[in-house]
Design a protein around this ligand. Structure first.
Ligand code: 5GP
Ligand code: ZN
Length: 116
């Protein structure tokens, strides 16, 4: 999608600090990390949000989830991590291209919810 910043990163039109890439997905470091490790895992296919996932995306979404552990391991997250998907206005999704926040390298608490 032409005006989507994450599509532009996937297409190398703008630079991203890439942690993992294959033909279907890309993982790159977040510009504003919320922990020692914070990467965004995206499908290269433009899907705007979880609300826009279609039946035909089942395999792609399953593929992303099978890759998370490998990306986490490569980033040294041996004690665990958190995977977050923000969706829509209440979920505070700011970039309208589906992305999974993979955050780790710190001991987290629960619940995580704030409205800051
Ligand atoms: P959201 O709020 O949509 O769940 O998360 C969007 C994330 O994308 C934020 O954590 C933000 O820091 C990150 N982000 C926004 N623009 C860019 C960018 O151009 N490059 C990178 N690497 N991260 C970005
Ligand atoms: Zn996009």
């Amino acid at each position: 999608m032409s005006d989507c910043i994450f599509c532009k990163i996937a297409e190398k039109e703008i630079p991203g600090n890439i942690a993992y890439e294959d033909d279907k997905i890309l993982a790159f470091h977040d510009l504003d990390p919320q922990g020692p490790v914070h990467v965004l895992i995206i499908p290269k296919k433009h899907i705007a949000s979880l609300d826009d996932v279609a039946e035909e995306d089942q395999e792609l979404l399953g593929y992303i989830l099978t890759k998370v552990k490998d990306i986490a391991k490569d980033l040294g997250l041996v004690n665990g991590y958190r995977l977050v998907v923000n969706c829509g206005a209440d979920g505070f999704q700011t970039v309208k291209h589906l992305h999974f926040h993979l955050i780790g390298g710190l001991k987290m608490g629960w619940p995580p919810f704030t409205n800051k």
